[in-house]
Ligand binder design. Sequence first.
Ligand SMILES: [Zn+2]
Length: 168
Amino acid sequence: MLVEIANSRALSVRPDLLATPAEAVALLRTLALLPEGGTPTEADLDEIREFRSVLNRLLAGGEDTEVRTTLNTLARRVALNADFTSEEATLTAAPGTDRPLARLVIHLFRTVSDNTWPRVRLCANEECAAAFYDTTRSRTQRWHSYTDCGNKSNVAAHRARARAAKTG
Ligand SMILES: [Zn+2]
């Protein structure tokens, strides 16, 4: 879920997938972020985009307290008392919120507490920077797709090495 949300941002090849409720509804339903048959409001989308920008900052290595404090603030807005800043992360949910943002915060919280968060990474190809879920046992996957980005990087590295060898 986090991967799909992170990658929904505008890319050079396509616009933001969460730009309008009509455009966002399919993705949000697929990710079970909406109640059965529900549609997102503009306010829901604002919140999801805000969460997405914090998520992308976290993935880009922004493991600083400010990003985590922002997450806590987002959580409180949907009646979740989260603490992403401490080592012993905690989450207390007040009943009655079913907003997409609440579902996202709870999901992120679970990802952090069951230690799958380090598997959510950004592609090492800087031009791509797509989020992906690293399923390798060794947690060493570098590219979102070896075919699309790994080969390209290897070819570029090979050429650079060849150039360096030639110039000595
Ligand atoms: Zn990539």
